[in-house]
Design a protein around this ligand. Structure first.
Ligand code: THU
Length: 168
């Protein structure tokens, strides 16, 4: 069999660090944020997927604000919890950097052991928040078996399309 050699100029790896915490290991303010995200699932409007997602943001001044997924009979019009929470926060507190976001999902009568991870569209919107304020936003992904934490959205979206990309 003919072997095809794949040449490339350069190869590199991109790594992300994720820390997993039990509830009692979380900082008190992180535990509070995770609780707020869990509570926010109760305000989800998810008659089509029955998948309730809650997101909670902690702003630099300590304000905690939340959002949940909002669905529509015209499916693509629905909005994820993360973007609902972020757009609301940026409208009500435009001058407050966002320090952290916690995300929780509830379905079939319970929270899942493994956390859900934000969809690509939400990651892109979360990245814009970091760039807007020039500060990393910690992301806390809640699961009953542990909360998975990254210290920046960049760990979830390593190859970014940002405003500078438009100028190239
Ligand atoms: N959903 C979110 O709200 N956030 C995510 O990170 C993933 C998915 C919502 C969208 C839709 O209402 C439901 O979950 C099922 O996809």
């Amino acid at each position: 069999m003919q072997q095809i050699k794949a040449f490339c100029m350069e190869k590199y790896n991109i790594t992300s660090e994720v820390s997993v915490y039990r509830d009692d290991e979380l900082l008190p303010e992180d535990r509070e944020l995770v609780e707020a995200a869990k509570c926010a699932t109760e305000h989800s409007y998810a008659p089509y997927s029955q998948f309730r997602v809650g997101a909670a943001l902690r702003l630099a001044d300590g304000t905690v604000t939340t959002g949940s997924n909002q669905e529509n009979a015209s499916y693509p019009l629905g909005l994820c919890a993360e973007r609902t929470a972020i757009f609301h926060a940026q409208h009500t507190h435009p001058d407050q950097p966002v320090e952290a976001i916690a995300i929780a999902a509830w379905a079939n009568g319970h929270f899942y052991p493994d956390p859900i991870s934000p969809c690509g569209a939400c990651r892109q919107v979360m990245l814009e928040v970091e760039n807007r304020y020039g500060r990393p936003m910690r992301v806390l992904l809640y699961g009953t078996s542990g909360t998975h934490v990254v210290s920046s959205v960049r760990d979830l979206l390593p190859f970014q399309f940002v405003s500078e990309s438009l100028k190239k």
